[in-house]
Unconditional design. Structure first.
Length: 75
């Protein structure tokens, strides 16, 4: 059985910088959980953003119609 001691490596080599990285695969459960979380976050954001967009659109439309009516009345 082989064991690795990071402390011994560090003490022997005395590197300027010591980093650790882990490369692994995402299992099915992690992928599903991440996708559900993204969908939940997106739906929450859209619940706040969409009503604001509709209000802006309706205000723009109302101003445009009033401007058009005002223009026609003055002719």
């Amino acid at each position: 059985m082989s064991t690795t001691s990071h402390r011994n490596y560090y003490n022997q080599c005395y590197p300027i910088q010591c980093t650790y990285s882990y490369i692994g695969k995402n299992d099915f459960k992690t992928v599903i959980t991440t996708v559900i979380g993204l969908i939940g976050g997106l739906s929450t954001i859209l619940k706040f953003v969409i009503p604001q967009i509709i209000k802006i659109y309706l205000k723009f439309r109302k101003n445009r119609v009033e401007s058009h009516l005002h223009t026609n009345l003055n002719e």
